[in-house]
Design a protein around this ligand. Structure first.
Ligand SMILES: Cc1cc2nc3c(=O)[nH]c(=O)nc-3n(C[C@H](O)[C@H](O)[C@H](O)COP(=O)(O)OP(=O)(O)OC[C@H]3O[C@@H](n4cnc5c(N)ncnc54)[C@H](O)[C@@H]3O)c2cc1C
Length: 423
């Protein structure tokens, strides 16, 4: 990348920090709109969190994680190491400020506004995936066979009533199934699950890492650069952000888009911008040859693990553990995923499981990502904090950022996504 200012008629030079699925989709849309794009990452494209997710493309998932009544769940988050969301005692002091904001965001009026914001971003997400993949000749990466949630009985389902109602209000096509309906879709599911929720229009990606690599190749095809390196700090000139200092020297750009996933807050802090971004550490286990294979993501509602059929086998992905960016993975959390699998498919073979994987979901307390310009810092844009829905939300985020930066201006407002909401 050249260090001099571009001549006035040149295409804008945009540096995207982070080659996770969000940074890649931002880079792809910017390149398609004619910008000169460089994407910088210490890893190869998609090799961080974005490689290991459950693959679900859940455009209808507009209910935030913190729903009214969440306060009642906090004791089990703190005390039950086998719970779906667990905060170990050694991490309580670090987690409490975030947890407090999380609980406050569960007020009914706030939840309604959050669902509206998420719907404005995620509506049409699968079509946005297909738009990129069709251009790259890789539409086989997405299949639409629906998603199936499993409940023990109607009482178990009732615990999630509020979240399902909110999604339905926003247009999600969902069908409640009896045991017979479950068996028609997935005959091998254990008999203990007698109630299901089927989402016929939600698809999934069969290989998130391949998808990231395909998008990276697309950026290069359109003249962009994928660059390997550590971004050390945002470079400023007065208030303006002019690029990123790296282990190989400074990279200057007209606009820098911060898309560094769960690491984004660390890069903003030296500029005095505080964002309550937490890693919700999640795990997966891959079974290349489990002897049983659902046709679509199956989600036992006990701990909401996803059992997703992928190109390379069955992926069991999920669980939420707090613990920050630097601690080692906890093998016990990953082992819980095999328990989740056995509840649904007791017959599954698990002896050939690949070593477990852990990734960092970039989570904000209100479940709304930060997307848009930093008003006090010209030259700096953000695209991070997609939490549990980064795979789903990445292509719409890319389209939105490119349209706001390069035009034509879209109808979707960036106001609900502003970083200034945390000021
Ligand atoms: C177990 C699990 C299951 C999930 N399931 C789903 C699902 O089914 N559907 C869904 O929609 N979402 C799912 N998610 C969430 C989704 O994977 C994430 O939201 C998404 O991957 C975040 O993408 P990202 O690009 O923001 O972050 P990342 O993929 O983490 O990318 C950020 C990149 O920035 C780079 N970086 C950071 N700091 C620097 C620096 N200083 N210098 C250079 N590079 C840097 C990192 O190396 C990394 O590659 C799941 C997540 C997990 C963990």
């Amino acid at each position: 990348m050249d260090e001099a200012s571009p001549p006035p008629d040149a295409k804008p030079h945009i540096l995207v920090l982070g080659a996770g699925i969000v940074g890649l989709c931002v880079g792809w849309h910017l390149a398609r709109q004619g910008a000169r794009v460089t994407v910088l990452d210490r890893l190869g494209p998609g090799e961080g969190t974005s490689s290991g997710n459950a693959g679900a493309i859940s455009a209808g998932s507009v209910a935030p994680l913190a729903m009214p009544g969440v306060l009642k769940q906090v004791p089990s988050m703190l005390l039950d190491p086998k719970g779906g969301l667990y905060i170990p005692a050694s991490y309580w002091p670090a987690a409490f400020p975030w947890l407090w904001k999380f609980v406050l965001s569960a007020r009914p009026d706030r939840v309604a506004a959050i669902a509206d914001a998420l719907a404005s971003l995620l509506r049409g997400a699968e079509e946005r995936h297909r738009e990129i993949l069709a251009a790259e000749g890789a539409e086989d990466l997405i299949v639409e066979r629906g998603q199936l949630y499993l409940y023990r009985d109607a009482e178990h389902l009732a615990k999630d009533d509020a979240a399902w109602a909110l999604r339905r209000e926003h247009g999600l096509d969902m069908r409640v199934l009896t045991r017979g309906g479950i068996e028609e879709l997935e005959p091998e599911v254990a008999p203990g699950y007698t109630t299901g929720v089927f989402l016929p229009q939600q698809g999934h990606c069969v290989n998130p890492l391949r998808m990231a690599r395909v998008i990276a190749r697309g950026i290069e095809r359109m003249g962009g650069t994928i660059r390997r390196g550590e971004g050390r700090a945002l470079i400023t000139d007065g208030n303006r952000v002019t690029g990123v200092s790296t282990d190989a020297g400074p990279l200057h750009a007209d606009v820098t888009v911060l898309a560094a996933g769960a690491w984004s807050a660390r890069l903003l802090a030296p500029l005095g911008i505080r964002v309550p971004l937490e890693s919700q550490r999640g795990y997966h286990v891959m079974l290349p040859d489990p002897g049983v294979m659902p046709r679509r993501p199956v989600v036992p509602a006990d701990r909401k693990a996803f059992l997703t059929p992928m190109e390379e086998g069955l992926r069991i992905a999920g669980t939420v553990e707090f613990g920050g960016l630097d601690r080692e993975p906890t093998a016990e959390r990953a082992a819980l995923l095999l328990d989740d699998l056995r509840k649904v498919y007791p017959q599954a073979r698990t002896e050939n499981a690949k070593p477990h994987w852990m990734g960092h979901r970039p989570c904000l307390p209100d479940s709304v990502p930060v997307i848009g310009p930093v008003k006090a810092r010209p030259g700096l844009w953000c695209a991070f904090g997609h939490g549990h829905l980064g795979l789903t939300g990445a292509p719409p985020t890319g389209a939105l950022v490119a349209a706001h930066l390069l035009g034509p201006p879209p109808n979707t407002s960036l106001d609900p996504f502003a970083v200034e909401r945390f000021a």
